[in-house]
Write a protein of this length. Structure first.
Length: 68
């Protein structure tokens, strides 16, 4: 290993501890992101369910009523 590889360590700089207000804001943002992902997943699930129902209706055998 070369000297510059040891000395030029590209590590992440230390960060200051967050204040309680900053922690609260970050927590709320993470909750919001989680709710948005859950909402998108539910909409996708409902869309797939509707598509499967319409496909089942389209491929179901139809009965015809013969006139006597």
């Amino acid at each position: 290993m070369r000297f510059f590889e040891i000395t030029n360590n590209h590590s992440v700089a230390p960060t200051k501890p967050q204040t309680s207000a900053q922690v609260r804001i970050r927590s709320l943002q993470q909750q919001k992101d989680g709710v948005n992902r859950a909402l998108q997943a539910e909409r996708k699930r409902q869309r797939i369910a509707r598509a499967q129902q319409s496909l089942a209706r389209a491929t179901a055998p139809t009965t015809t009523i013969e006139q006597i």
